[in-house]
Design a protein around this ligand. Structure first.
Ligand SMILES: Cc1cc2nc3c(=O)[nH]c(=O)nc-3n(C[C@H](O)[C@H](O)[C@H](O)COP(=O)(O)OP(=O)(O)OC[C@H]3O[C@@H](n4cnc5c(N)ncnc54)[C@H](O)[C@@H]3O)c2cc1C
Length: 551
Protein backbone atom coordinates (compact mmCIF):
# COMPACT_ATOMS: atom_id res chain seq x y z
CA UNK A 1 0.00 0.00 0.00
CA UNK A 2 1.42 3.36 -1.06
CA UNK A 3 -0.26 6.54 0.17
CA UNK A 4 0.79 9.76 -1.54
CA UNK A 5 -0.08 13.18 -0.16
CA UNK A 6 0.17 16.49 -2.03
CA UNK A 7 0.90 19.44 0.28
CA UNK A 8 2.70 19.40 3.64
CA UNK A 9 1.18 22.11 5.82
CA UNK A 10 -1.83 21.55 8.12
CA UNK A 11 -4.03 19.07 6.25
CA UNK A 12 -1.29 17.08 4.47
CA UNK A 13 0.86 16.42 7.53
CA UNK A 14 -2.20 15.65 9.72
CA UNK A 15 -3.33 13.15 7.09
CA UNK A 16 0.05 11.46 6.86
CA UNK A 17 0.52 11.27 10.64
CA UNK A 18 -2.95 9.79 11.17
CA UNK A 19 -2.49 7.27 8.36
CA UNK A 20 0.73 6.14 10.00
CA UNK A 21 -0.93 5.85 13.41
CA UNK A 22 -3.38 3.43 11.85
CA UNK A 23 -0.93 1.28 9.92
CA UNK A 24 2.74 0.39 9.85
CA UNK A 25 2.37 -1.37 6.51
CA UNK A 26 1.90 1.57 4.16
CA UNK A 27 4.58 3.62 2.43
CA UNK A 28 3.63 7.25 2.98
CA UNK A 29 5.15 10.06 0.95
CA UNK A 30 4.27 13.78 0.93
CA UNK A 31 5.22 16.03 -1.98
CA UNK A 32 5.54 19.70 -1.12
CA UNK A 33 6.61 22.30 -3.65
CA UNK A 34 7.59 24.86 -1.01
CA UNK A 35 10.61 24.88 1.34
CA UNK A 36 8.57 24.88 4.54
CA UNK A 37 6.37 22.20 6.05
CA UNK A 38 3.89 21.83 8.89
CA UNK A 39 4.13 25.46 9.93
CA UNK A 40 1.94 27.81 11.90
CA UNK A 41 0.69 30.26 9.29
CA UNK A 42 -1.52 31.69 12.02
CA UNK A 43 1.55 32.97 13.89
CA UNK A 44 2.99 34.90 10.93
CA UNK A 45 1.47 38.33 11.70
CA UNK A 46 2.95 38.09 15.21
CA UNK A 47 6.44 37.43 13.86
CA UNK A 48 6.12 40.56 11.73
CA UNK A 49 4.98 42.51 14.78
CA UNK A 50 7.88 41.25 16.89
CA UNK A 51 5.82 39.23 19.37
CA UNK A 52 7.27 36.00 17.98
CA UNK A 53 10.98 36.71 17.99
CA UNK A 54 12.34 33.79 16.02
CA UNK A 55 10.64 32.83 12.74
CA UNK A 56 11.89 29.27 13.23
CA UNK A 57 9.44 28.89 16.12
CA UNK A 58 6.70 28.87 13.48
CA UNK A 59 8.36 26.06 11.52
CA UNK A 60 9.35 23.62 14.26
CA UNK A 61 9.24 20.49 12.08
CA UNK A 62 11.76 19.34 9.48
CA UNK A 63 11.20 16.43 7.08
CA UNK A 64 13.61 14.45 9.27
CA UNK A 65 11.17 14.71 12.19
CA UNK A 66 8.44 13.05 10.13
CA UNK A 67 10.86 10.41 8.89
CA UNK A 68 12.14 9.42 12.31
CA UNK A 69 8.89 9.74 14.22
CA UNK A 70 6.31 8.65 11.63
CA UNK A 71 8.37 6.98 8.91
CA UNK A 72 6.82 9.47 6.47
CA UNK A 73 8.96 10.80 3.63
CA UNK A 74 8.40 14.49 2.95
CA UNK A 75 10.01 15.66 -0.27
CA UNK A 76 10.16 19.45 -0.24
CA UNK A 77 10.67 21.48 -3.43
CA UNK A 78 8.79 18.77 -5.30
CA UNK A 79 5.82 19.99 -7.30
CA UNK A 80 3.12 17.61 -8.44
CA UNK A 81 2.38 18.54 -12.06
CA UNK A 82 -0.51 16.20 -12.77
CA UNK A 83 -2.61 13.31 -11.52
CA UNK A 84 -3.45 10.33 -13.78
CA UNK A 85 -6.41 8.78 -12.00
CA UNK A 86 -6.66 5.85 -14.46
CA UNK A 87 -3.05 4.74 -14.00
CA UNK A 88 -3.03 5.96 -10.38
CA UNK A 89 0.14 7.95 -10.88
CA UNK A 90 1.47 11.44 -10.22
CA UNK A 91 3.86 13.36 -12.41
CA UNK A 92 6.28 15.13 -10.07
CA UNK A 93 8.94 17.75 -10.73
CA UNK A 94 11.97 18.06 -8.50
CA UNK A 95 12.30 21.85 -8.39
CA UNK A 96 15.93 21.64 -7.25
CA UNK A 97 17.14 19.52 -10.20
CA UNK A 98 14.38 20.06 -12.77
CA UNK A 99 13.99 16.27 -12.99
CA UNK A 100 10.42 15.08 -13.73
CA UNK A 101 9.36 11.57 -12.65
CA UNK A 102 6.29 9.44 -12.12
CA UNK A 103 5.15 7.95 -8.83
CA UNK A 104 2.41 5.40 -8.20
CA UNK A 105 -0.25 5.54 -5.51
CA UNK A 106 -2.83 3.19 -4.10
CA UNK A 107 -4.45 6.05 -2.20
CA UNK A 108 -3.97 9.74 -2.86
CA UNK A 109 -4.69 12.67 -0.55
CA UNK A 110 -4.89 16.13 -2.08
CA UNK A 111 -4.02 18.82 0.48
CA UNK A 112 -3.00 21.62 -1.85
CA UNK A 113 -4.53 24.37 0.31
CA UNK A 114 -5.32 27.82 -0.96
CA UNK A 115 -3.59 30.90 -2.32
CA UNK A 116 -4.10 34.62 -1.86
CA UNK A 117 -6.54 36.36 -4.16
CA UNK A 118 -4.81 39.33 -5.78
CA UNK A 119 -7.27 41.67 -7.51
CA UNK A 120 -6.14 43.21 -10.81
CA UNK A 121 -4.80 46.42 -9.26
CA UNK A 122 -2.42 48.42 -11.44
CA UNK A 123 1.05 48.30 -9.85
CA UNK A 124 0.40 45.11 -7.85
CA UNK A 125 3.74 43.67 -9.03
CA UNK A 126 5.79 46.49 -7.44
CA UNK A 127 8.44 45.45 -4.95
CA UNK A 128 6.69 47.04 -1.95
CA UNK A 129 3.43 45.16 -2.54
CA UNK A 130 2.89 41.86 -0.70
CA UNK A 131 0.35 39.28 0.33
CA UNK A 132 0.79 36.95 3.32
CA UNK A 133 0.01 33.30 2.77
CA UNK A 134 3.10 31.30 3.59
CA UNK A 135 6.45 31.46 5.37
CA UNK A 136 8.20 32.62 2.21
CA UNK A 137 5.82 35.62 2.00
CA UNK A 138 6.46 36.33 5.66
CA UNK A 139 10.23 36.47 5.29
CA UNK A 140 9.90 38.67 2.18
CA UNK A 141 7.82 41.18 4.13
CA UNK A 142 10.20 41.02 7.10
CA UNK A 143 13.24 41.64 4.86
CA UNK A 144 11.52 44.61 3.22
CA UNK A 145 10.61 46.10 6.61
CA UNK A 146 14.15 45.60 7.96
CA UNK A 147 15.82 47.06 4.88
CA UNK A 148 13.44 49.84 3.85
CA UNK A 149 12.00 50.83 7.20
CA UNK A 150 8.53 51.68 5.85
CA UNK A 151 6.46 54.11 7.91
CA UNK A 152 3.09 54.07 6.17
CA UNK A 153 1.15 51.00 5.09
CA UNK A 154 -2.02 50.51 3.13
CA UNK A 155 -3.69 47.20 3.85
CA UNK A 156 -6.37 46.27 1.36
CA UNK A 157 -9.01 44.02 2.91
CA UNK A 158 -10.35 43.83 6.47
CA UNK A 159 -10.71 40.11 7.13
CA UNK A 160 -8.83 38.68 10.11
CA UNK A 161 -5.48 38.56 8.33
CA UNK A 162 -5.68 42.25 7.34
CA UNK A 163 -6.64 43.22 10.89
CA UNK A 164 -4.01 41.07 12.61
CA UNK A 165 -1.41 42.63 10.35
CA UNK A 166 -2.76 46.08 11.15
CA UNK A 167 -2.18 45.60 14.87
CA UNK A 168 1.27 44.12 14.31
CA UNK A 169 2.36 46.88 11.95
CA UNK A 170 1.22 49.51 14.45
CA UNK A 171 3.24 47.69 17.12
CA UNK A 172 6.42 48.25 15.10
CA UNK A 173 5.65 51.87 14.32
CA UNK A 174 4.07 51.57 10.88
CA UNK A 175 0.96 53.71 10.40
CA UNK A 176 -1.86 51.82 8.75
CA UNK A 177 -4.70 52.81 6.45
CA UNK A 178 -7.24 50.07 5.84
CA UNK A 179 -9.13 50.02 2.57
CA UNK A 180 -12.30 47.96 2.35
CA UNK A 181 -14.68 47.65 -0.58
CA UNK A 182 -17.70 46.83 1.58
CA UNK A 183 -19.51 49.33 3.82
CA UNK A 184 -18.07 47.59 6.93
CA UNK A 185 -14.89 45.98 8.21
CA UNK A 186 -14.71 42.24 9.05
CA UNK A 187 -17.09 41.02 6.35
CA UNK A 188 -17.75 37.83 8.35
CA UNK A 189 -19.67 39.76 11.03
CA UNK A 190 -23.02 41.52 10.93
CA UNK A 191 -22.59 45.26 10.51
CA UNK A 192 -23.93 46.04 14.01
CA UNK A 193 -21.02 44.05 15.47
CA UNK A 194 -18.42 45.12 12.92
CA UNK A 195 -18.91 48.74 14.02
CA UNK A 196 -17.29 47.89 17.38
CA UNK A 197 -14.22 46.64 15.52
CA UNK A 198 -14.11 49.74 13.35
CA UNK A 199 -14.34 52.03 16.36
CA UNK A 200 -11.53 50.11 18.11
CA UNK A 201 -9.35 50.48 15.01
CA UNK A 202 -10.00 54.21 14.95
CA UNK A 203 -9.24 54.45 18.67
CA UNK A 204 -5.82 52.94 18.02
CA UNK A 205 -5.11 55.44 15.26
CA UNK A 206 -5.91 53.36 12.19
CA UNK A 207 -7.54 55.19 9.30
CA UNK A 208 -10.39 53.01 8.02
CA UNK A 209 -11.72 53.70 4.54
CA UNK A 210 -14.78 51.63 3.63
CA UNK A 211 -16.81 51.54 0.37
CA UNK A 212 -13.63 52.14 -1.58
CA UNK A 213 -10.99 50.08 -3.34
CA UNK A 214 -7.41 50.38 -4.47
CA UNK A 215 -7.24 51.27 -8.15
CA UNK A 216 -3.55 51.82 -8.61
CA UNK A 217 -0.41 51.36 -6.52
CA UNK A 218 2.37 53.88 -7.07
CA UNK A 219 5.80 53.86 -5.40
CA UNK A 220 4.73 56.09 -2.53
CA UNK A 221 0.94 56.05 -2.56
CA UNK A 222 -2.21 54.16 -3.42
CA UNK A 223 -4.87 55.73 -5.61
CA UNK A 224 -8.37 54.71 -4.59
CA UNK A 225 -11.43 54.25 -6.77
CA UNK A 226 -12.68 57.75 -5.89
CA UNK A 227 -9.25 59.22 -6.82
CA UNK A 228 -8.34 59.77 -3.19
CA UNK A 229 -4.60 59.28 -2.61
CA UNK A 230 -3.20 57.48 0.44
CA UNK A 231 0.52 57.57 1.18
CA UNK A 232 2.08 54.11 1.44
CA UNK A 233 5.61 52.78 1.36
CA UNK A 234 4.37 49.22 1.92
CA UNK A 235 1.12 47.72 0.64
CA UNK A 236 -0.46 44.45 1.76
CA UNK A 237 -3.21 42.83 -0.25
CA UNK A 238 -5.36 40.81 2.14
CA UNK A 239 -8.46 40.26 0.05
CA UNK A 240 -9.04 36.61 0.83
CA UNK A 241 -7.97 33.26 -0.54
CA UNK A 242 -9.01 30.90 -3.29
CA UNK A 243 -8.67 27.08 -3.16
CA UNK A 244 -5.82 25.48 -5.15
CA UNK A 245 -7.85 23.18 -7.37
CA UNK A 246 -5.99 23.22 -10.71
CA UNK A 247 -4.47 19.76 -10.22
CA UNK A 248 -7.81 18.31 -9.21
CA UNK A 249 -9.69 19.98 -12.08
CA UNK A 250 -7.16 18.77 -14.65
CA UNK A 251 -7.57 15.24 -13.29
CA UNK A 252 -11.36 15.42 -13.72
CA UNK A 253 -12.10 15.56 -9.99
CA UNK A 254 -15.41 17.30 -9.32
CA UNK A 255 -15.63 20.68 -7.66
CA UNK A 256 -18.49 21.75 -5.44
CA UNK A 257 -20.84 24.66 -6.01
CA UNK A 258 -18.42 27.10 -4.33
CA UNK A 259 -15.43 26.22 -6.49
CA UNK A 260 -13.45 24.07 -4.04
CA UNK A 261 -13.02 20.28 -4.27
CA UNK A 262 -16.25 18.45 -3.40
CA UNK A 263 -15.83 15.70 -0.80
CA UNK A 264 -18.24 13.52 1.14
CA UNK A 265 -18.13 13.15 4.90
CA UNK A 266 -15.28 10.62 4.54
CA UNK A 267 -13.20 13.17 2.60
CA UNK A 268 -13.57 11.07 -0.56
CA UNK A 269 -13.59 13.04 -3.80
CA UNK A 270 -15.60 12.09 -6.87
CA UNK A 271 -12.76 9.73 -7.89
CA UNK A 272 -12.00 6.35 -6.36
CA UNK A 273 -9.08 6.23 -3.92
CA UNK A 274 -8.58 10.00 -4.06
CA UNK A 275 -9.25 11.97 -0.89
CA UNK A 276 -8.93 15.70 -0.28
CA UNK A 277 -8.68 17.81 2.87
CA UNK A 278 -7.94 21.30 4.18
CA UNK A 279 -8.28 24.65 2.45
CA UNK A 280 -8.74 23.07 -1.02
CA UNK A 281 -12.11 21.50 -0.11
CA UNK A 282 -15.64 22.65 0.48
CA UNK A 283 -17.15 21.66 3.79
CA UNK A 284 -20.79 21.64 4.76
CA UNK A 285 -22.44 23.78 7.39
CA UNK A 286 -23.63 22.08 10.55
CA UNK A 287 -26.67 24.33 10.87
CA UNK A 288 -27.85 24.51 7.25
CA UNK A 289 -26.31 21.30 5.88
CA UNK A 290 -25.29 23.34 2.85
CA UNK A 291 -21.82 23.68 1.30
CA UNK A 292 -19.61 26.33 2.81
CA UNK A 293 -16.03 27.45 2.14
CA UNK A 294 -14.31 28.61 5.36
CA UNK A 295 -10.59 27.95 4.98
CA UNK A 296 -9.22 27.67 8.51
CA UNK A 297 -6.34 25.83 10.12
CA UNK A 298 -8.65 24.27 12.71
CA UNK A 299 -10.73 22.62 9.99
CA UNK A 300 -7.69 21.71 7.86
CA UNK A 301 -6.26 19.69 10.74
CA UNK A 302 -9.53 17.86 11.35
CA UNK A 303 -10.31 17.08 7.74
CA UNK A 304 -6.68 16.04 7.15
CA UNK A 305 -6.90 13.60 10.03
CA UNK A 306 -10.08 12.07 8.61
CA UNK A 307 -8.65 11.78 5.09
CA UNK A 308 -5.49 10.09 6.46
CA UNK A 309 -7.50 7.75 8.64
CA UNK A 310 -9.75 6.67 5.79
CA UNK A 311 -6.97 6.38 3.20
CA UNK A 312 -5.36 3.92 5.62
CA UNK A 313 -8.54 1.82 5.71
CA UNK A 314 -10.46 3.57 8.54
CA UNK A 315 -14.05 4.79 8.62
CA UNK A 316 -14.11 8.25 10.20
CA UNK A 317 -16.74 10.76 9.13
CA UNK A 318 -16.67 14.54 9.29
CA UNK A 319 -19.71 16.19 10.85
CA UNK A 320 -19.39 19.61 9.23
CA UNK A 321 -18.42 23.03 10.49
CA UNK A 322 -19.89 26.10 12.11
CA UNK A 323 -17.18 28.35 10.69
CA UNK A 324 -16.12 29.20 14.24
CA UNK A 325 -13.41 31.84 14.13
CA UNK A 326 -11.66 34.16 16.54
CA UNK A 327 -9.05 36.88 16.26
CA UNK A 328 -7.55 39.66 18.28
CA UNK A 329 -7.21 43.24 17.16
CA UNK A 330 -5.60 45.59 19.68
CA UNK A 331 -7.54 45.21 22.94
CA UNK A 332 -10.55 43.56 21.29
CA UNK A 333 -11.24 39.89 20.77
CA UNK A 334 -13.67 39.19 17.96
CA UNK A 335 -15.33 35.80 17.56
CA UNK A 336 -18.14 34.21 15.63
CA UNK A 337 -19.78 30.80 15.31
CA UNK A 338 -22.74 29.46 13.35
CA UNK A 339 -24.95 31.77 11.30
CA UNK A 340 -24.87 35.54 11.35
CA UNK A 341 -28.17 37.43 11.27
CA UNK A 342 -27.62 38.13 7.59
CA UNK A 343 -27.02 34.47 6.82
CA UNK A 344 -29.94 33.26 8.95
CA UNK A 345 -32.33 35.62 7.15
CA UNK A 346 -31.00 34.48 3.78
CA UNK A 347 -31.71 30.90 4.85
CA UNK A 348 -35.31 31.91 5.53
CA UNK A 349 -35.32 31.45 9.32
CA UNK A 350 -37.80 33.42 11.42
CA UNK A 351 -35.25 34.73 13.89
CA UNK A 352 -35.02 36.26 17.31
CA UNK A 353 -31.94 38.47 17.74
CA UNK A 354 -30.51 39.51 21.07
CA UNK A 355 -27.61 41.75 22.06
CA UNK A 356 -26.45 40.92 25.52
CA UNK A 357 -23.87 43.25 27.08
CA UNK A 358 -22.33 41.70 30.18
CA UNK A 359 -18.97 41.68 31.96
CA UNK A 360 -16.84 38.54 31.79
CA UNK A 361 -16.46 38.59 35.61
CA UNK A 362 -17.71 40.86 38.42
CA UNK A 363 -16.86 44.52 37.98
CA UNK A 364 -15.21 44.50 41.43
CA UNK A 365 -12.80 41.94 39.98
CA UNK A 366 -12.01 44.01 36.90
CA UNK A 367 -14.69 42.54 34.65
CA UNK A 368 -14.98 44.06 31.18
CA UNK A 369 -18.12 44.20 29.11
CA UNK A 370 -18.51 41.97 26.09
CA UNK A 371 -21.28 42.26 23.53
CA UNK A 372 -22.86 38.94 22.65
CA UNK A 373 -25.17 38.93 19.67
CA UNK A 374 -27.16 35.73 19.38
CA UNK A 375 -29.46 34.54 16.64
CA UNK A 376 -32.10 31.91 17.39
CA UNK A 377 -34.83 30.22 15.37
CA UNK A 378 -38.25 31.27 16.70
CA UNK A 379 -39.92 28.13 15.39
CA UNK A 380 -37.67 25.54 16.97
CA UNK A 381 -35.99 27.65 19.66
CA UNK A 382 -32.64 26.43 18.33
CA UNK A 383 -29.59 28.62 18.69
CA UNK A 384 -28.28 29.34 15.18
CA UNK A 385 -25.29 31.62 15.66
CA UNK A 386 -23.37 33.93 17.95
CA UNK A 387 -20.99 36.85 17.45
CA UNK A 388 -18.99 38.32 20.34
CA UNK A 389 -16.75 41.37 20.70
CA UNK A 390 -15.07 42.15 23.97
CA UNK A 391 -11.82 42.51 25.77
CA UNK A 392 -11.66 39.46 27.99
CA UNK A 393 -13.24 36.03 28.23
CA UNK A 394 -14.56 36.02 24.66
CA UNK A 395 -12.62 32.87 23.74
CA UNK A 396 -14.22 30.81 26.51
CA UNK A 397 -17.77 31.94 25.69
CA UNK A 398 -17.53 31.42 21.94
CA UNK A 399 -16.35 27.86 22.50
CA UNK A 400 -19.27 27.16 24.82
CA UNK A 401 -21.63 28.56 22.20
CA UNK A 402 -19.96 26.53 19.42
CA UNK A 403 -20.41 23.39 21.52
CA UNK A 404 -24.05 24.24 22.18
CA UNK A 405 -24.82 24.85 18.51
CA UNK A 406 -22.95 21.68 17.51
CA UNK A 407 -25.27 19.62 19.67
CA UNK A 408 -28.40 21.45 18.51
CA UNK A 409 -29.09 23.27 21.80
CA UNK A 410 -32.25 25.31 22.17
CA UNK A 411 -32.17 28.69 23.88
CA UNK A 412 -33.94 27.20 26.89
CA UNK A 413 -31.08 24.70 27.31
CA UNK A 414 -28.58 27.49 27.97
CA UNK A 415 -30.28 28.41 31.23
CA UNK A 416 -29.61 24.94 32.64
CA UNK A 417 -25.87 24.82 32.00
CA UNK A 418 -23.82 24.07 35.09
CA UNK A 419 -20.98 26.45 34.28
CA UNK A 420 -18.04 27.10 36.56
CA UNK A 421 -18.16 30.20 38.72
CA UNK A 422 -15.76 32.05 41.00
CA UNK A 423 -15.17 35.83 40.81
CA UNK A 424 -11.79 35.67 39.01
CA UNK A 425 -13.40 33.73 36.14
CA UNK A 426 -17.06 34.54 35.63
CA UNK A 427 -20.26 35.99 37.01
CA UNK A 428 -22.73 33.91 39.02
CA UNK A 429 -24.87 33.64 35.94
CA UNK A 430 -22.41 33.47 33.08
CA UNK A 431 -22.98 35.71 30.02
CA UNK A 432 -23.77 32.50 28.10
CA UNK A 433 -26.65 31.79 30.47
CA UNK A 434 -27.93 35.37 30.26
CA UNK A 435 -28.04 34.96 26.51
CA UNK A 436 -30.23 31.92 26.99
CA UNK A 437 -32.49 33.72 29.48
CA UNK A 438 -32.97 36.72 27.20
CA UNK A 439 -33.71 34.59 24.15
CA UNK A 440 -35.94 32.19 26.09
CA UNK A 441 -37.92 35.13 27.46
CA UNK A 442 -38.16 36.67 24.01
CA UNK A 443 -39.30 33.53 22.19
CA UNK A 444 -41.33 31.70 24.86
CA UNK A 445 -41.79 34.10 27.76
CA UNK A 446 -43.73 36.86 26.00
CA UNK A 447 -40.89 39.40 26.41
CA UNK A 448 -40.07 40.21 22.80
CA UNK A 449 -37.01 42.16 21.75
CA UNK A 450 -36.76 44.72 19.00
CA UNK A 451 -33.49 45.38 17.21
CA UNK A 452 -32.44 48.95 16.54
CA UNK A 453 -32.84 48.39 12.81
CA UNK A 454 -36.44 47.23 13.30
CA UNK A 455 -37.08 50.16 15.64
CA UNK A 456 -35.90 52.50 12.92
CA UNK A 457 -38.29 50.86 10.45
CA UNK A 458 -41.11 51.17 12.96
CA UNK A 459 -40.42 54.85 13.61
CA UNK A 460 -40.42 55.70 9.93
CA UNK A 461 -43.55 53.59 9.22
CA UNK A 462 -45.77 56.09 11.01
CA UNK A 463 -47.25 53.46 13.37
CA UNK A 464 -48.33 54.79 16.76
CA UNK A 465 -45.77 53.91 19.41
CA UNK A 466 -44.51 54.97 22.83
CA UNK A 467 -40.78 54.92 23.32
CA UNK A 468 -39.80 54.83 27.00
CA UNK A 469 -36.32 55.58 28.27
CA UNK A 470 -36.24 53.78 31.61
CA UNK A 471 -32.93 55.21 32.81
CA UNK A 472 -32.50 57.87 35.48
CA UNK A 473 -33.11 61.47 34.38
CA UNK A 474 -29.40 62.35 34.37
CA UNK A 475 -28.65 59.63 31.81
CA UNK A 476 -31.70 60.58 29.76
CA UNK A 477 -30.62 64.24 29.75
CA UNK A 478 -27.12 63.33 28.60
CA UNK A 479 -28.33 61.45 25.53
CA UNK A 480 -31.50 59.66 24.52
CA UNK A 481 -33.31 58.41 21.45
CA UNK A 482 -35.02 61.41 19.89
CA UNK A 483 -38.66 60.43 20.30
CA UNK A 484 -38.26 58.83 23.72
CA UNK A 485 -39.93 60.08 26.90
CA UNK A 486 -38.22 59.49 30.24
CA UNK A 487 -39.97 57.16 32.70
CA UNK A 488 -37.32 55.84 35.05
CA UNK A 489 -37.82 52.32 36.34
CA UNK A 490 -38.45 53.67 39.85
CA UNK A 491 -41.45 55.79 38.83
CA UNK A 492 -43.02 53.79 36.06
CA UNK A 493 -45.50 51.97 38.32
CA UNK A 494 -46.93 55.34 39.37
CA UNK A 495 -47.19 56.69 35.83
CA UNK A 496 -48.74 53.73 34.12
CA UNK A 497 -52.05 55.54 33.63
CA UNK A 498 -50.35 57.96 31.20
CA UNK A 499 -49.63 55.16 28.77
CA UNK A 500 -51.88 54.12 25.92
CA UNK A 501 -52.65 50.39 26.22
CA UNK A 502 -53.35 50.08 22.49
CA UNK A 503 -50.09 51.59 21.32
CA UNK A 504 -46.90 49.67 20.74
CA UNK A 505 -44.60 50.35 23.68
CA UNK A 506 -40.86 50.13 23.40
CA UNK A 507 -38.64 50.21 26.47
CA UNK A 508 -34.93 50.69 26.74
CA UNK A 509 -32.11 51.36 29.19
CA UNK A 510 -28.35 51.34 28.69
CA UNK A 511 -27.75 47.67 27.96
CA UNK A 512 -31.16 46.00 28.18
CA UNK A 513 -31.71 44.84 31.78
CA UNK A 514 -33.71 47.75 33.21
CA UNK A 515 -35.62 48.07 29.94
CA UNK A 516 -36.64 44.46 30.45
CA UNK A 517 -37.64 45.16 34.08
CA UNK A 518 -40.03 47.89 32.90
CA UNK A 519 -41.25 45.64 30.09
CA UNK A 520 -42.12 43.07 32.77
CA UNK A 521 -44.08 45.63 34.82
CA UNK A 522 -46.09 46.76 31.81
CA UNK A 523 -46.86 43.26 30.57
CA UNK A 524 -47.85 42.17 34.07
CA UNK A 525 -50.20 45.18 34.17
CA UNK A 526 -51.97 44.04 31.03
CA UNK A 527 -50.08 45.81 28.24
CA UNK A 528 -49.85 43.49 25.28
CA UNK A 529 -47.45 44.97 22.77
CA UNK A 530 -44.31 45.80 24.74
CA UNK A 531 -40.86 45.35 23.20
CA UNK A 532 -37.47 45.92 24.78
CA UNK A 533 -34.62 47.25 22.63
CA UNK A 534 -32.04 44.52 22.18
CA UNK A 535 -28.78 45.76 23.72
CA UNK A 536 -30.41 49.04 24.82
CA UNK A 537 -29.11 52.53 24.21
CA UNK A 538 -25.50 51.32 23.77
CA UNK A 539 -26.53 49.25 20.77
CA UNK A 540 -28.68 52.08 19.46
CA UNK A 541 -25.68 54.43 19.54
CA UNK A 542 -23.66 51.94 17.46
CA UNK A 543 -26.59 51.68 15.04
CA UNK A 544 -26.61 55.44 14.61
CA UNK A 545 -22.83 55.47 14.03
CA UNK A 546 -23.27 52.84 11.34
CA UNK A 547 -26.08 54.81 9.74
CA UNK A 548 -24.04 58.00 9.73
CA UNK A 549 -21.36 56.14 7.76
CA UNK A 550 -23.92 55.22 5.13
CA UNK A 551 -24.96 58.80 4.45
C1 LIG B 1 -1.61 35.07 8.13
C2 LIG B 1 -2.52 33.92 8.37
C3 LIG B 1 -3.10 33.76 9.62
C4 LIG B 1 -3.95 32.69 9.85
N1 LIG B 1 -4.54 32.57 11.09
C5 LIG B 1 -5.38 31.54 11.33
C6 LIG B 1 -5.96 31.37 12.61
O1 LIG B 1 -5.70 32.15 13.54
N2 LIG B 1 -6.80 30.32 12.81
C7 LIG B 1 -7.07 29.41 11.82
O2 LIG B 1 -7.83 28.44 12.06
N3 LIG B 1 -6.53 29.54 10.59
C8 LIG B 1 -5.69 30.57 10.32
N4 LIG B 1 -5.12 30.70 9.09
C9 LIG B 1 -5.49 29.73 8.03
C10 LIG B 1 -4.61 28.49 8.07
O3 LIG B 1 -3.26 28.85 8.05
C11 LIG B 1 -4.96 27.62 6.88
O4 LIG B 1 -6.31 27.29 6.96
C12 LIG B 1 -4.13 26.34 6.84
O5 LIG B 1 -2.80 26.62 6.62
C13 LIG B 1 -4.62 25.43 5.72
O6 LIG B 1 -3.83 24.30 5.66
P1 LIG B 1 -3.77 23.41 4.36
O7 LIG B 1 -2.79 22.34 4.66
O8 LIG B 1 -5.13 23.00 3.94
O9 LIG B 1 -3.27 24.37 3.19
P2 LIG B 1 -1.98 25.27 3.00
O10 LIG B 1 -1.50 25.82 4.28
O11 LIG B 1 -2.34 26.23 1.92
O12 LIG B 1 -0.89 24.27 2.46
C14 LIG B 1 -0.99 23.65 1.20
C15 LIG B 1 0.39 23.27 0.74
O13 LIG B 1 0.26 22.57 -0.49
C16 LIG B 1 1.36 22.89 -1.31
N5 LIG B 1 1.03 22.61 -2.69
C17 LIG B 1 0.05 23.16 -3.45
N6 LIG B 1 0.06 22.67 -4.69
C18 LIG B 1 1.05 21.77 -4.74
C19 LIG B 1 1.57 20.94 -5.78
N7 LIG B 1 1.02 20.93 -6.98
N8 LIG B 1 2.63 20.14 -5.49
C20 LIG B 1 3.19 20.15 -4.25
N9 LIG B 1 2.75 20.92 -3.25
C21 LIG B 1 1.69 21.71 -3.48
C22 LIG B 1 1.56 24.37 -1.06
O14 LIG B 1 2.88 24.75 -1.39
C23 LIG B 1 1.28 24.48 0.43
O15 LIG B 1 2.46 24.44 1.19
C24 LIG B 1 -4.24 31.76 8.83
C25 LIG B 1 -3.64 31.91 7.57
C26 LIG B 1 -2.79 32.97 7.34
C27 LIG B 1 -2.17 33.11 6.00
Amino acid sequence: MRILVIGAVAAGTSAAAKARRNTEDAEIVIYEKDNYISYSGCGMPYFLGGEVIDGKDLTPREPLFFKTKYNVDILIRHEVLSIDKEKKTLEVKNLKTGNVFTDHYDKLIIATGARSVIPPIKGKEKEHVFSLRNIGDMYKIKKFIDEKNPKKAVIVGTGFIGLELTENFKNIGIDVTLVEMLPQVTPGLDSDMAIYVEKALEKYGVLVITRNSANEIKDDKVILADNREVEADIVIIATGVRPNVDLAVNAGIKLGSLGAIAVNSKMETSEKDIYAAGDCIEQFHLVTGKPVYRPLGSTANKTGRIAGNNAAGGELEFRGILGTGIFKVFSLTVAQTGLTEKEALKEGYDISVSHNIKPNKPEYFGGKDMVIKSIADRNSGRLLGVEIVGEEGVDKRIDVFATLITFGAKVSDLVHLDLAYAPPFSTTKDPVMYTGMIQDNAIYGGRPLITTAKLDELISSGVKYNLIDTRVKKQYDEKHIETAENKPHEVVRNEIEDLDKDAIIITYCNKGTTGNAVQNILINKGFEKVYNISGGHKTFVKYVENKKKET
